[in-house]
Design a protein around this ligand. Structure first.
Ligand SMILES: [Zn+2]
Length: 354
């Protein structure tokens, strides 16, 4: 007999829930998307590649299979002249996510999440386009509901009012709603609302899970997560990017690489194609997850530059064992650093000269 699938809130009430984000950078890295333009055509052009990435994240402990519709909104499709593919793209991404979520590796099915995000035409100074943004959100939410989403994620909002609008649209569906913001380097929402006040309002508007995702690495997200966790009663989400952002450069948009240059990038920034040297290692990501979890943050993940190895690290940092835990590092049998009986002494002795 099939067990009833627990909803997002039931899961969060009893422990951590892991959500892999960051599809954009990982799909680009795998060769199925143009960087910079960042349109998720992969659901139509290489569905098998997208399904594989979902499976890899699932294998590493993601409880949520987030449909890859980030940037798959009407405005972006207009920018690239493919508006006619808007609905097919959305439905294809949702169907792939649903298929993966309903075929879990563990016992319990995963949750399939519909996804809306920053529209890039929201403007607090000229509100003429803001109604259009609301319509864009509504059509995407309706397709997600139609394709059987278990929950909705609204993410990467840098205008407070745009996030409020997204949440209002999501709430109409009746599905559990996660809403996360991504303030830029001025450390305030672009319409002048503070990060904490934005989160407070999102809780008032009925956000089931409120928090932050993207743009910021562990170092520049954690200070705000601490404040948010303190003032909110609802569940809190924390999904940093996998980069060593700093107080001077709080987001990845202007983050210089370790040498202070952009390392032969043809652009004036290391973003988005030359960020590699500033990546965190798995232990830094695990430390962030553990620290957030200890504060009472149960919705955890990684956004841009996430990969399956890091998702496993997040899961294990909060005490979970996931299918890919079978392959976590094991140095016992390493040819130089191993401690096992069969590792010859002349190898062990040479380790510090290797
Ligand atoms: Zn991101």
């Amino acid at each position: 007999m099939s067990k009833k699938k627990r909803n997002l809130i039931e899961r969060l009430n009893v422990g951590p829930v892991i959500c892999a984000e960051g599809f954009l950078f990982e799909i680009e890295k795998r060769g199925y998307m143009a960087s910079g333009e960042f349109v998720p055509m992969v659901s139509l052009e290489h569905p098998e590649a997208l399904e594989n990435l979902h499976r890899d994240f699932q294998h590493s402990g993601s409880d949520i299979v987030q449909a890859f519709t980030y940037n798959g909104h009407r405005e972006k499709m207009r920018v690239v002249g493919k508006e006619d593919l808007l609905e097919p793209l959305n439905r294809a991404a949702l169907k792939i996510a649903k298929k993966v979520a309903d075929n879990p590796i563990g016992k319990e099915p995963n949750l399939m999440a519909g996804n809306i995000s920053n529209s890039n035409i929201w403007n607090d100074k000229d509100k003429s386009k803001n109604k259009e943004v609301e319509k864009m959100f509504s059509e995407m939410v309706s397709w997600a509901v139609d394709e059987g989403a278990d929950m909705l994620i609204g993410e990467t909002f840098y205008y407070a009012e745009e996030a409020y609008t997204a949440l209002k649209v999501m709430k109409k569906s009746g599905l559990p709603s996660v809403i996360t913001i991504a303030p830029m380097a001025q450390n305030i929402m672009r319409d002048g609302v503070s990060i904490v006040d934005t989160c407070k309002e999102l809780e008032q508007l009925g956000g089931d899970v409120v928090g932050m995702n993207c743009f910021r690495g562990p170092a520049t997200m954690m200070p705000y997560i601490k404040q948010i966790r303190k003032v909110l009663k609802c569940h809190v989400a924390a999904l940093p990017i996998n980069l060593r952002t700093t107080e001077e450069h709080p987001t990845f948009f202007n983050l210089p690489d370790n040498n202070g240059c952009t390392c032969h990038s043809p652009y004036k920034t290391a973003f988005p194609t030359a960020l590699d040297p500033m990546q965190c290692n798995r232990y830094e990501i695990g430390k962030f997850a553990k620290e957030a979890f200890d504060l009472g943050v149960n919705y955890l993940g990684v956004c841009c530059l996430a990969n399956p190895m890091l998702i496993r690290q997040v899961a294990e940092a909060v005490g979970l064992t996931v299918p890919s835990s079978k392959y976590r590092e094991n140095m016992t049998n390493h040819m130089l650093f191993g401690t096992g009986k069969r590792i010859p002494n002349h190898q062990k002795d040479y380790a510090d000269k290797a």
